[in-house]
Design a protein around this ligand. Sequence first.
Ligand code: IMP
Length: 211
Amino acid sequence: MRPENTASAKPLSSEKPKILLATRNRHKTLEIQTMLGEGVIVSDVTGMAHLPEIEETGVTFEENSKLKAEGISRHVSGIVLADDSGLEVDALGRAPGVYSARYAGPGCTDEANTALVLKKMKGFPDEVRSARFRCVLAVAENGTTLALFDGTIEGMLAHEVRGEGGFGYDPIFMPEGHQQTFGELPAEMKHTMSHRSRALQQFRKWWAMRT
Ligand code: IMP
């Protein structure tokens, strides 16, 4: 019998596999869809009012990623993928870390977060501007985590906002080996090296073994 519309139903020959992301961050969804390619249909929980808002009460990327994947997977069939990610600045004791999305306060904008990091780092020379992006992906089904994958990209903070590309802290982060920020580098370049692409590479392998 043909499987019904589940988030990760095994594809019939002409059916594209589907992945549901436990996020309402369209930037993450777009990046993950772009990196997984057109052979997979990636959707997120935007507009799914019946699904709960998952509180990110964890203090690590792993904990928050699991909370989101497990929390949403209790309400849908099939596997759910969650991304918890953020920026760690060494001179700020690895802040904003898991608080990256709300560093300047609840409901704040990417611009406000970025401005706050730059303000706190004002006057710090290049030698102490090391930073990294981290991403932990969790896959869950029926409320249980099946696997975790993580990815990191080391780099340095710029002294000012540069570039229009990407989202979040991209315009102030220069990945190692580059003088341009993720906001200035083409998206395709970001996708070859980002924390998210590194975690996603591992997820891809896991998923290929499973399907
Ligand atoms: P989360 O939804 O709690 O995982 O928050 C992630 C936050 O980290 C985002 O809102 C961004 O501020 C930041 N972040 C994560 N990944 C990226 C990225 O690829 N570029 C820039 N900022 C990112």
